[in-house]
Design a protein around this ligand. Structure first.
Ligand code: NDP
Length: 268
C-alpha cells in the first residue's frame, strides 16, 4: 500500500493519518465499501508525525478532504484540533474520526470495542486488565468503566497510567506488574505489537480460556497473542474492532448503512 507524506497528500476524499500508518487496512476496507455501494470516493493513507497533526489536517481540509480516521500516536492531537468534538472526545481527549466541514470529532474506537467484547461474551461486571495509557487506552478505560467492567490498568510508564487514572477520574486499580489473575479479558492497547515487541504479561497467572485481545492486527500473530495462546487463552486480534470502528466512521461521514460484510471481506 502506498503511503503519502502529508505535504504530498493527493486529492482524495478520506484518509487514515498516523505514524506508523503503513500497517493500516483502513484504505482497503473503505475502498471495498465504496465499491460495494458503487460510490465514487477515495481513501488513502497519510503519514503525519507527532506534533504535525494540526498543520496536516488544515492542509488536507484546504485541498478538499471530507474526513479522516486518526491512528497512533495522534488521537490526543485530533481531539485538540476539533472545533466541535462530541462530549466523549472532550472527556477522554481521544478522537479517531474527524470531519472537515464543521471541525467535528468523534471516538468510534470505544463503542466498536465494547461491541466486540459483547460478541466475545465478556459479561458486564467482569474484571478486565487493560495495558497501555495512550489514545486508545484512554477511550477504552472510560468506556469499560461506564459499561460496568471492573478495570485494572498497567502501563510501561507507570506515571502515565497514574496521570490517566487521575485525569479521567477512573476507579481502576493501578497495577505495578501486568498480573492477569482473575481477569476475564486482557486487552493490549499498547502499540508494542506494531513494532514487533512483546508486553511482559505474567501469563502463568492467567485464567485458561480467558480472552487475550490485541487491538493491533497484522498478517502474523503478535507476540502478545502468541504467548497468550500458549498459556491457554482465547486469542483475538483487532480486525473486528477495525471493521466496527470503520463502519461507524463511514456512517458518520456519509450517512446510510456501511456495507459491513464487504468491509470484513477486505480485511480478513
Ligand atoms: P499511542 O501511541 O497513543 O499509545 C501507545 C501506548 O503503547 C503507550 O501506553 C505506550 O507506553 C505503549 N507502548 C508502546 N510501545 C510499547 C512497548 N514496547 N511495550 C509496552 N508498552 C508500549 O497509541 P494508540 O493508543 O493510539 O494505539 C495503541 C494500539 O492500539 C496501536 O497498536 C493501534 O494500532 C491499536 N488500535 C487498534 C484499533 C483497531 O481498530 N483495531 C483502534 C485503536 C487502536 P508508554 O506510555 O510507556 O510509552
Amino acid at each position: 500500500m502506498s503511503v503519502f507524506e502529508w505535504m504530498d497528500a493527493p486529492r482524495a476524499d478520506f484518509a487514515v493519518v498516523g505514524d506508523p500508518v503503513e500497517h493500516s487496512l483502513s484504505p482497503a476496507m473503505h475502498q471495498a465499501a465504496y465499491a460495494a455501494l458503487g460510490i465514487h470516493r477515495s481513501f488513502v493513507a497519510i503519514r503525519v508525525k507527532q506534533g504535525d497533526l494540526k498543520k496536516a489536517l488544515n492542509h488536507m481540509g484546504k485541498i478538499g478532504y471530507v474526513g479522516a480516521n486518526v491512528t497512533l500516536p495522534l488521537k490526543e492531537e485530533a481531539a485538540a484540533w476539533a472545533k466541535d468534538p462530541e462530549p466523549f472526545v472532550v472527556r477522554t481527549n481521544s478522537a479517531n474520526a474527524i470531519r472537515f466541514v464543521d471541525g467535528g470529532a468523534i471516538n468510534t474506537d470505544a463503542p466498536a470495542f465494547l461491541e466486540t467484547l459483547a460478541q466475545l461474551n465478556v459479561p458486564h461486571g467482569a474484571t478486565v486488565l487493560l495495558l497501555g495509557a495512550g489514545g486508545a487506552a484512554r477511550a477504552l478505560a472510560v468506556a469499560l468503566e461506564d459499561a460496568g467492567y471492573r478495570l485494572r490498568l498497567f502501563n510501561r510508564t507507570a506515571e502515565k497510567a497514574k496521570a490517566m487514572t487521575k485525569s479521567l477520574a477512573l476507579k481502576a486499580e493501578l497495577l505495578k506488574e501486568p498480573d492477569p489473575s482473575g481477569a476475564a479479558a486482557i486487552v493490549n492497547a499498547t502499540s508494542a505489537s506494531i513494532s514487533g515487541a512483546s508486553v511482559p504479561v505474567q501469563w502463568q497467572r492467567g485464567t485458561r480460556g480467558a480472552i487475550a485481545y490485541d487491538l493491533a492486527y497484522g498478517s502474523e500473530l503478535s507476540l502478545f497473542l502468541l504467548h497468550a495462546g500458549l498459556a491457554g487463552m482465547k486469542v483475538v486480534d483487532g480486525r473486528e474492532m477495525l471493521i466496527a470502528q470503520g463502519a461507524r466512521s463511514f456512517e458518520w461521514w456519509l450517512g446510510g448503512r456501511a456495507p459491513v460484510e464487504a468491509m470484513r471481506q477486505a480485511v480478513l
